[in-house]
Design a protein around this ligand. Structure first.
Ligand SMILES: CSC[C@H]1O[C@H](OP(=O)(O)O)[C@H](O)[C@@H]1O
Length: 358
């Protein structure tokens, strides 16, 4: 299967070349495919904050490259580069609060700098670490896709209807995708009748990004409003809701795009299985449960206007862009380390004790 998945990799959203970070501007998709080149840590932090690049793993990978850009500038400026680099760590850490992959990547880069040997070139070491983070995410995507397909096939080994939320594909990761990677692989294995994609208001990751990725690869996809999801689960024989994650806590609670929690409640009511797909860089064992996950609130303009055109009345806006699904509503968490069915604290601890495969 792995060879088929590798052959199916098409879209890339992040490219590190010529000493710069090239990002496919996801604010412009699907109408325009524009690339933005970042040449500093602050530029990468801004790109994350403005969602030029988004998606938990992609945010972490971009932040790692952002640090490389920061170190390059600090070394050129002379002086105490370690002290100066703290400002870049902070800029990147302040960019978005919920996806723990950002902090996981920054900590991994900091830890690598802490192991510098005398005579090692810090820039070469840090660049290699960022590339390793990128490559390991891509590998993890492929492994998770295989685990997810096996799980789907275990319950039903014929074409079936799936529902997904937001965008968890190549645009959100270093390669094949998390939840959308499982869905892509299920399609390649003949297990997909139709993918129902929530448009995912207000930023429309579903209608603008997921629909674009799937349609571009001939995966049968139907776009629906977020509020149609319950009706679809009631009437369209959906077997799985498959979503990504931005932060999973030690007991298996999952923060993901706003609207995920209500999908999980509805899925439980309709007997639809609920799968979360995320690399272990999304798991925050430092948080006991989801109550303490920082939930990002974005500007009200995201609800009040579209493409700068206002269409809503003059009112207050509440725009949390993530919510938390309790572990007891989740059938399976699929990671590159393995699958946890009916997640709980004990099972998450055992999962995280396993050696990383990539
Ligand atoms: C592969 S995880 C993607 C994850 O990130 C998305 O959020 P955003 O588009 O705001 O970065 C959403 O929560 C997805 O599930």
């Amino acid at each position: 299967m792995r060879e088929r998945l590798l052959a199916a990799e098409k879209v890339k959203s992040i490219e590190w070349r010529d000493g710069g970070l090239h990002l496919l501007d996801q604010r412009k998709l699907p109408m325009q495919e524009c690339w933005l080149v970042c040449d500093s840590a602050v530029a990468v932090a801004d790109a994350i904050r403005q969602m030029v690049v988004r998606g938990a793993p992609a945010i972490g990978i971009s932040a790692a490259y952002g640090l490389v850009l920061g170190l390059k500038a600090r070394l050129a400026a002379g002086g105490d580069w370690r002290e100066a680099l703290e400002a870049d760590f902070q800029s990147l850490a302040d960019s978005r609060p919920t996806a723990v992959n950002l902090f996981w990547a920054l900590n991994r880069m900091r830890e690598r700098l802490g192991r510098l040997k005398p005579g090692e070139d810090p820039l070469a070491v840090l660049e290699a670490e960022a590339i390793a983070i990128h490559d390991s995410d891509r590998e993890a995507n492929l492994t998770m896709a295989q685990f997810g397909v096996e799980l789907i096939r275990k319950h039903k080994a014929s074409p079936q209807n799936l529902l997904t939320h937001c965008n968890t594909g190549a645009l959100a990761t270093g390669g094949f995708g998390t939840a959308l990677g499982v869905i892509r692989a299920a399609h390649l294995e003949g297990l997909v009748e139709l993918v129902h994609a929530d448009e995912t208001r207000p930023w429309l990751q579903g209608s603008r990004l997921t629909a674009w990725e799937l349609a571009g690869e001939g995966v049968p996809v139907s776009l629906n409003t977020d509020s149609a999801a319950a009706h679809l689960m009631k009437t369209k024989a959906i077997t799985w809701v498959i979503v990504g994650a931005d932060r999973i806590t030690a007991n298996g609670d999952v923060a993901n795009k706003i609207g995920t929690y209500q999908l999980a409640v509805t899925a439980m009511h309709h007997g639809v299985r609920f799968m979360v797909v995320a690399p272990s860089s999304t798991i925050d064992m430092g948080l006991e449960n989801g109550d303490d996950i920082p939930i990002e609130e974005r500007a009200g303009q995201e609800l009040l206007e579209f493409n700068g055109q206002r269409f809503a009345a003059e009112v207050e806006v509440f725009n949390p862009v993530f919510d938390v699904t309790p572990a007891d509503l989740i059938d399976a968490i699929v990671t590159e380390k393995g699958v946890v069915e009916r997640p709980n604290a004990e099972k998450m601890t055992e999962l995280m004790s396993r050696k990383r495969l990539h």
